[in-house]
Design a protein around this ligand. Structure first.
Ligand code: SAM
Length: 245
């Protein structure tokens, strides 16, 4: 997988299905637990402690891809910023935001494709979302947020330590960070000497000076490549509260 994978048509199809596909499209017909469906929705609904946040919070989704978590966050947040490096992904997120639906070819077998329509779910508030093309390691933000989601981004950036070091400044004290990662390190995305492997300083030691760990659990997902090939991933999820400064 090369670092520009997220600009390709197969990647777009995979992420539109992961974020907006019906359960029947997301999962193999019989052999996969429905607990693995709707990953971006579960991140938002189950990942944060909503009762411990201000009534109308603001949210930042780093590596938002085609945007489903942003739309889910918009149900409860007054402002949501979704940032991603992929122009292709954000074009689709914006089309969904503007028109409520998108048509995209998805793979069947060999070079066969079929057109599928993907739609926003009811009850989301697209007008509360700002989608920005940018680099999670470098894009400046003029504001702090109450919620920060970084789902499966850590092992896709060239400098994961720099990403973790950046996060405290993006959150208000008391704000919550949901970090998920399958720790699926690839040198196409992250030079070997930057991998946060077991035994090296890991996520916890980098975050603990600034955050309190509230919860750690598994958050599975399934990526559909074609009707007979699916990737089942088991990201680790951790929820953190920003300490007072
Ligand atoms: C594995 S996907 C995860 C997408 C989404 N968060 C999810 O869990 O479905 C990684 C995403 O991070 C984006 N990405 C990679 N490097 C990035 C960077 N430096 N800044 C912002 N986004 C980045 C990719 O374009 C892709 O959308």
């Amino acid at each position: 997988m090369s670092s520009d994978f997220y600009e390709t048509s197969p990647a777009l199809a995979q992420y539109l299905i992961l974020h907006y596909g019906s359960v029947e499209w997301q999962l193999p017909s019989s052999s996969c637990s429905r607990e693995s469906a709707d990953f971006p929705v579960r991140c938002v609904q189950e990942g944060f402690r909503w009762g411990e946040l201000p009534p109308h919070p603001t949210a930042l989704d780093l590596g938002c891809a085609v945007g489903r978590s942003c739309f889910e966050l918009s149900r409860r947040c007054r402002r949501v910023v979704g940032l991603d490096l992929s122009q292709t992904f954000l074009q689709s997120a914006r089309l969904l935001q503007e028109t409520g639906s998108i048509r995209c070819p998805v793979p069947l077998e060999g070079d066969q494709l079929v057109e599928r329509d993907f739609s926003l779910p009811a009850g989301v508030c697209p007008e509360r979302i700002e989608f920005r093309v940018g680099d999670a390691l470098a894009t400046p933000f003029e504001e702090c947020f109450d919620l920060l989601l970084a789902a499966n981004l850590l092992d896709r950036v060239p400098d994961p330590t720099a990403l973790l070091e950046r996060l405290p400044a993006l959150l208000h004290p008391g704000g919550q960070l949901l970090l998920t990662s399958p720790f699926s390190w690839l040198s196409a995305h992250t030079p070997r000497d930057q991998w946060l492997l077991p035994g090296s300083p890991r996520v916890a030691s980098l975050l603990l000076p600034h955050f309190t760990l509230l919860r750690r659990w598994d958050l599975p997902l399934v990526l559909r490549e074609h009707p007979r090939k699916f990737q089942w991933c088991l990201p680790e999820a951790t929820l953190w509260r920003r300490n007072d400064v």
